[in-house]
Design a binder for this molecule. Structure first.
Ligand SMILES: Nc1ncnc2c1ncn2[C@@H]1O[C@H](COP(=O)(O)OP(=O)(O)OP(=O)(O)O)[C@@H](O)[C@H]1O
Ligand SMILES: [Mg+2]
Length: 213
């Protein structure tokens, strides 16, 4: 970790910054890496601004690529959409993604979750039983993230026109799904009267993802 910092700032400053962030701990617990990165952020920002902060954060978090695990969020009502968005941001952060990619992931997740809460979960609320689920899965040692949003709702009747952009929505702008398709690297929708499943993959770090695109 010291070696990473020293690539960007002077060894003296790197040592001091690390000691301060680790709170005096000599051995650094890998499970606490995200906390340590948070603590380092302020110091790094002073030296190199947001761009350097981003670079260092990714390098340090890459030391523990297996740390991120799958996250599941049930969508039963509107506030779960916010929950899903937050979980997506948090996972991206743990995986060391760039701020812009994190924004794309968070937007895609909340658009898809919002559709579930609007169209698939009956107005009766959570007791209705037909819930939706958002599953976020780290892929390829943290180089990509898979987003799966499934529900047991009535399905999307006009999927073709929704995806080609000619759909006219009564409930919104009708641009949610096409927007998500543009934001992600891989996109697939399956829908029937028994439910809908949207699967999307976002490459978090194209330099290490190789042939992913
Ligand atoms: N999970 C779903 N279950 C059932 N129908 C859905 C689902 N997701 C989308 N739909 C249908 O597909 C249409 C298009 O969805 P899309 O998200 O693209 O636009 P929108 O929700 O109408 O507007 P917005 O631009 O605000 O998202 C919706 O109007 C809705 O009829
Ligand atoms: Mg929508």
């Amino acid at each position: 970790m010291l070696a990473i910092l020293e690539q960007h700032i002077s060894p003296l400053h790197a040592r001091a910054m690390l000691a301060r962030a680790a709170g005096g701990d000599r051995a650094i617990d890998v499970g606490r890496l995200p906390d340590l990165v948070e603590a380092l952020e302020r110091g790094v920002r002073l030296f190199g601004g947001a761009r350097l902060e981003d670079t260092i954060k990714r390098q340090i978090l890459a030391l523990a690529p297996s740390e991120a695990t799958e996250v599941r969020i049930e969508i039963a009502e509107e506030r779960d959409v916010i929950e899903a968005r937050l979980a997506a941001r948090q996972l991206c952060q743990t995986m060391g993604s760039r701020a812009l990619v994190m924004q794309r992931v968070a937007t895609a997740v909340s658009e898809l979750a919002r559709n579930v809460s609007l169209y698939a979960v009956p107005s009766g609320g959570p007791s209705g039983g037909r819930r939706g689920v958002v599953t976020l899965t780290p892929l390829r040692g943290g180089a990509a993230l898979r987003i799966v949003v499934e529900d047991e709702g009535p399905g999307i009747a006009d999927l073709k026109s929704v995806l080609d952009g000619s759909y006219v929505s009564k409930t919104g702008m009708g641009k949610g799904l096409v927007g998500v398709k543009r934001l992600v690297d891989d996109f697939d929708v399956r829908t029937s009267p028994r439910g809908t499943r949207v699967e999307a993959t976002v490459v978090l770090d194209p330099t290490s993802a190789g042939s992913a695109r």
